[in-house]
Design a binder for this molecule. Structure first.
Ligand code: APR
Ligand code: PHB
Length: 389
């Protein structure tokens, strides 16, 4: 087997890359370990930055996103029982689109199948070879047989637990990590969202977030322990805690049937460099952010946009400059998002060992966001997506 770009992983990064390359007339093979149904059902992020939504539109996969995506021009921050709106449109001229990662993934898989280019699910034992050469190879198992795929470059889009990152020698790869002493308990509920916009709530019992997927589906989160067991969380207890943390005079949180529950640990992680030899890492394979800033999906899409343009320039002109700058270009944006996500997280969550000093700092910062246009603008421009700083 031979292709131009071997893509490991059919999450948002791998699928978007395959699509952008196809638009440039570049062939790729996407190798995914899981079943299609699993990939399409995995509930993850839900917020697209303005420019990321525009990118899907320009790439011809934005039709359903434009129809069903919910354009939000701001979010609300809640502290001390009061809500304060951060008006993205007024502060930055941009907005965001609420559209589930599952839906983007379905749209991209459909576009891939229509393109006639290869996407193989349920592959096993993916290994990368001769990455230092310009004829790297990917070996894998599929339907009982062993395969070797020869290519020009390998795109490691296989998420945090994938195999690509480990193919970079340990003396080259540097990792930067921060673990948080909390996680999120998330639910999907069959009930109309109780607020038109997302609500990020600071509360003495811990953070809570009101989000949504559609006019009929609410997505809600509660700060919990990183290894919290769902056993102690009956539906009744979840709603009660959500009422406590999100509650406000004159506002009612609507309850509905809980369709899905899960616990997500929180971590910050960056691998440097994002390129080694013929291997290019993109998305969660290279970096993780805690979900508080809604950056994970957006970073993944922006990485592969840079990569697709660099590969297109190389195939068109033979010049490698953009490819050689790939890691540096991405890491500038990645570190901006890492800072923003860490800052949103530590401003809004209560850690088990946080002291009163930490609480006073958070309260002061939240008041500052309410009273200062400069502070609110900083949050807004990071949330809607800034170019590399
Ligand atoms: N072989 C083949 N496929 C693999 C392997 C492997 N060894 N390891 C992992 N994969 C697949 C996973 O099954 C998954 O479908 O790679 C894909 C990686 O997808 P994601 O984890 O969704 O990562 P990415 O595409 O970078 O998207 C980042 O996803 O986790 C969220 O919050 C994150 O929104 C962000 C986005
Ligand atoms: C979500 O809807 O899943 C969501 C929204 C905003 C976040 C994180 C998750 O910051």
């Amino acid at each position: 087997m031979r292709t131009q770009v071997a893509i490991v992983g059919a999450g948002p990064a791998g699928l978007t890359l395959g699509h952008l390359l196809h638009r440039e007339g570049i062939d790729s093979v996407i190798l995914e370990g899981r079943r299609r149904e699993y990939v399409e059902a995995r509930i993850r992020a839900g917020v697209l930055e303005h420019d990321v939504a525009a990118l899907f539109d320009e790439a011809g996969v934005g039709e359903r996103l434009r129809r069903e995506g919910l354009v939000h021009t701001g979010v609300e921050l809640q502290a001390d029982g009061e809500r304060h709106r951060i008006a993205f449109d007024e502060l930055t001229g941009k907005s965001i689109v609420v559209y589930g990662q599952t839906e983007i993934v379905k749209d991209l898989i459909e576009a891939r199948l229509a393109s006639g280019r290869q996407l193989q699910f349920e592959v096993s034992d993916v290994t990368l070879h001769e990455l230092e050469s310009d004829r790297p190879r990917v070996r894998f198992g599929h339907e009982g047989a062993e395969w070797e795929l020869e290519c020009d470059v390998v795109a490691g889009c296989d998420g945090f637990h994938g195999v690509s990152r480990e193919s970079i020698p340990p003396d080259v790869l540097r990792s930067f990590t921060r673990e948080y002493p909390y996680g999120w308990l998330g639910i999907l509920a069959a009930v109309a969202p109780s607020n038109d916009e997302l609500v990020y709530a600071h509360h003495e019992r811990g953070f809570a977030l009101l989000s949504m997927r559609s006019p009929e589906l609410s997505r809600l989160y509660l700060q919990c322990a990183p290894d919290e067991s769902l056993e102690g969380w009956s539906d009744g207890r979840i709603w009660e805690e959500l009422h406590t943390r999100l509650g406000m005079e004159g506002w009612e949180l609507r309850e509905g049937q809980i369709l899905e529950k899960g616990v997500t640990p929180m971590r910050s992680f960056v691998a440097e460099p994002m390129q080694w030899g013929s291997l290019y890492l993109a998305g969660d394979a290279a970096h993780i952010v805690p979900p508080t800033g809604a950056k994970g999906l957006n970073l993944a899409v922006r990485d592969v946009h840079v990569l697709a343009e660099a590969l297109a320039a190389w195939y068109r002109t033979g010049k490698r400059e953009l490819l050689e700058r790939y890691s540096e270009t991405c890491l500038r944006r990645v570190w901006r998002a890492e800072h923003f996500s860490w800052w949103m997280t530590t401003t809004l969550h209560r850690g088990p060992s946080d002291d009163e000093f930490g609480l006073r700092l958070q309260q002061s910062q939240l008041r500052y966001l309410r009273s200062s246009v400069a502070a609110a603008t900083s949050l807004a421009e990071n949330y809607v997506g800034v170019e590399a700083a």
